[in-house]
Design a protein around this ligand. Sequence first.
Ligand code: P6P
Length: 331
Amino acid sequence: MPRKNQTLGEFIIENQSEFKYSSGELSRLINSIRLAAKVVNHQVNKAGLVDVLGAAGDTNIQGEDQQKLDVIANETFINTLKNREIVCGIASEENDDFITIEGHNDDHQNKYVVLMDPLDGSSNIDVNVSVGTIFSVYRRITPSGTPVKLEDFLQPGRNQVAAGYIIYGTSTMLVYTTGHGVNGFTLNPAIGTFYLSHPDMKFPENGTIYSVNEGNYTHFPQGVKNYIKFCQEEKDDRPYTSRYIGSLVSDIHRNMIKGGIYMYPKSSLNSNGKLRLLYECNPMAYIVEQAGGKASDGYTPIMDLEPKELHERVPFFCGSKKMVEKAESFM
Ligand code: P6P
């Protein structure tokens, strides 16, 4: 049973037995995420002071300017995971293709693949708004001892063995699940230790916050427009409050604590929405469902979708179960 103020290290050791089939690699994987999170947190927090702001000059596969911190965060997580001999492959929003990791003696014996968005919401960095890292973990499905393949990454979200996010906000938190509920750990930067501050996080079944970029309203499908009008109607517990930070991790984290729904629907501007299935929607859906919430593309549970390509986008509705079900009824 999680104990408040337990350290992340103690928590991992005490819950090691929960990681089925794992002889400690998954624990070591979470530990490597913990280390990388501290390094990136340090970089994010000093962004305003040192010349790490501004685009790194390149653009990623999404055609987005790569902020220097994007590049630093990506390299930090990749190198930390590589050094720990746990993963056989990594896919990242910042890399066009997946990365093969040979492991010890190039034997490709490592069991896990990690998919990640190393610094989501990075356009907020220059304006000092919180950003996040999102990660998703699967066991490889192709034979051990061979190089990892694309199909190891294109697994439905139901196959995840772990998922989590780090939110670099007023405090830095690591929130993750391994299929036994969701626990939140807050970093004490003075000593570099994460403490269990939010044990057994639960998504309120209902809520009065809706998060969507209403600037796209005229481009939304009619069902989405009707749901937004429902949220704004003066009736019962409505109008709801509109809260949209423009940082997925921050919007969902707030809604998980207070109750609410986050939406990034398809529109005439983005025919499949903007968010990526593999390293944004699936990991957030795993966390949200483990906390008792719901996540879908408006029709189908996100984690039931069969991925077709590494960077594919899907419409995303996630949050309090009753709010997502209400929104789906308008679709
Ligand atoms: P828009 C950040 O770029 C992101 O991927 C999510 O973190 C965020 O919720 C969304 O895009 C914001 O997109 O189009 O509303 O600016």
